[in-house]
Design a protein around this ligand. Structure first.
Ligand SMILES: [Fe+2]
Length: 166
């Protein structure tokens, strides 16, 4: 108990719910966006039936939108990758749902297993690839919604291209 204060709530706390801040309907902080991604990841019935795999082009599906953000579902067949890119003025949360992805950046490569999350700020450059022999699925939240995804050469110099999500 905090002895610096003599403030106490007397009576039944359930009777003062009107004084508490109601839960937000939409995420607003990085932690809340990451939490939304974890909640969606755990709700397999909501995304698993939607997943398609396309060997000719990267498959993605907008799962939901909210004020100032978008949630995308992506699939990756073996060998598919995004190429080095950034996310324009969007921040994002990448969460692996199934399979395994490799994220390459200038500072090295990391393996992302199911449940792994990467939070990135505007301007963050990475290359995401499925280096395994099995398919992978990932969930991406962008805030604000992704409007451009500049591609980078190996030297990481940007060249403009339309958004294709990763
Ligand atoms: Fe990306």
């Amino acid at each position: 108990m905090n002895s610096d204060s003599d403030l106490q709530i007397a009576g039944d706390l359930l009777e003062v719910l009107h004084l508490l801040r109601p839960p937000r309907e939409h995420p607003a902080t990085v932690a809340e966006f990451a939490g939304l991604a974890r909640t969606l990841a755990a709700d397999r019935a909501q995304w698993a039936p939607l997943v398609r795999y396309d060997t000719t082009t990267r498959w993605y599906h907008r799962l939901r939108t909210g004020p100032g953000y978008e949630v995308w579902l992506l699939s990756w067949v073996p060998g598919q990758g995004s190429g080095p890119h950034d996310h324009g003025r969007s921040s994002g949360v990448l969460t692996v749902l199934e399979g395994e992805l490799t994220e390459r950046t200038e500072s090295g490569a990391r393996t992302l297993a199911p449940g792994a999350q990467r939070v990135f700020a505007p301007g963050y450059v990475h290359d995401v690839v499925n280096d395994t022999i099995g398919p992978a699925v990932s969930l991406h939240i962008y805030f604000p919604g992704l409007t451009e995804m500049p591609m980078h050469a190996a030297s990481c110099a940007p060249r403009a291209e339309k958004a294709v999500h990763a």
